[in-house]
Design a protein around this ligand. Sequence first.
Ligand SMILES: Cc1cc2nc3c(=O)[nH]c(=O)nc-3n(C[C@H](O)[C@H](O)[C@H](O)COP(=O)(O)OP(=O)(O)OC[C@H]3O[C@@H](n4cnc5c(N)ncnc54)[C@H](O)[C@@H]3O)c2cc1C
Length: 408
Amino acid sequence: MLILPIAVLCPVVLNTDVLIIGGGPAGSYLARYLVKNHFNGDVTLIDKRSVIYAPVICGELLPSEDLLRPWINKELYGVLLTTLRETLHKEFIVNNIKELNIIINDRVAATMPFRTYLIDKGALIRNIVEEAVNYGAKVRFGTTALKCVGKDNEYECVVHDRQGGEYAIRTKVIVGADAYPSIIDLSLGITNGFNPEDLIIATSARAFGKYDEDKAVIIMDPDLAPGGFAWIFPRGDGIHNIGVGVRNNVAWIGNNPLNYHEEFTRRFGLKQLQRSVLMKTIPVGGLANRYGTDNAYLIGDAVGSVIPTNGAGINPAMITAHLLGESMIHGTNYTKLMNRVFKPLMDRMVLFRRVGDPLLMNRKAMERAMKLSSRLMVSSIYDATLSSMKLSTLIKFLLGYPLIRLIS
Ligand SMILES: Cc1cc2nc3c(=O)[nH]c(=O)nc-3n(C[C@H](O)[C@H](O)[C@H](O)COP(=O)(O)OP(=O)(O)OC[C@H]3O[C@@H](n4cnc5c(N)ncnc54)[C@H](O)[C@@H]3O)c2cc1C
């Protein structure tokens, strides 16, 4: 029997100039950016979910404009500021957080300034999508990309549409904004992917608990969250966004990430609102080795834009979308722009994460390091949480490295 490739069997029902797969922070931002800036051609955004960005699997914490300013370089800060101003309206801020409690192995190690926002991410994304539609983008929700192939200098993607069944979309430019691993990357083999030790399995839920409404809490305990951390982010109404991030290479050994989550809620007196816990993979290995090829591009989690030291990915996803949008509007090179503006920060953060890994994986080593110098430990964690690009942070980490190797 002759088996034809899936793409050949499907009728092409839609032609577009740009097809963006995934309507999260990255994809929705890019769609809006292109149409708002008069991109010459049709822009189509598809997402597998029927309801725009629901359910939300996220801590929904965003740094304030001025929290990061002293820590990152000027050009990157400029892009960050633009993405915040374009998308973060007052009504999407659910709570203003002022401080951060760092708990290390059961003890509050420090309380530091931490002006951040707890946002309604679903509402923020819905607004970006609505604005994109108003500016002229075509949007299809409930539409899943199954496979994409290159065809005569264009691309053809087979999609499953909850209303229209299976068909193909033909496009000149294709963008994977569908998180990790991207169907575009899997179909076209753009990057080398990430190793298990560069992936975090993260859980997400809402819970009641007796925690201050203006303090975010992060818990570093290699027994509770090996290779990652647990968090409690107050929403300001007695309910907290909570979750645990566990490194993928240990997450499934004799345990599973849901058990880590259960132990975390038990130990920290958190009473969950729903029984179900949501779970997702986050890449924390820095940017992928390639960001695109021949009019096929990756943005957001799909290109590895999550900050490796803290798991923050909302703003970084928008930053990559902004840089791709800028390069498409002005006919410049996305890879060069990413390498100049964003890669230096990401390379540094991967380095910091790797330096800290032996401690994040071993409770005794963490304990010894705290005994040796809790001040250095806490200040390094704080710097890494703020994505510090300062030379002083780099020196701190490079000096700390031999010490960490010694005690771990
Ligand atoms: C538990 C958890 C907590 C987090 N907490 C924070 C936090 O507090 N602050 C922060 O800044 N970051 C946080 N992050 C990271 C942040 O959520 C992501 O980095 C960010 O949402 C990435 O945006 P994105 O647009 O690249 O991907 P996503 O937000 O994942 O969006 C991808 C979209 O693509 C769609 N899609 C996927 N596959 C297909 C397909 N085949 N066809 C069509 N559509 C598809 C999905 O439905 C989805 O809507 C957290 C992540 C997790 C998992």
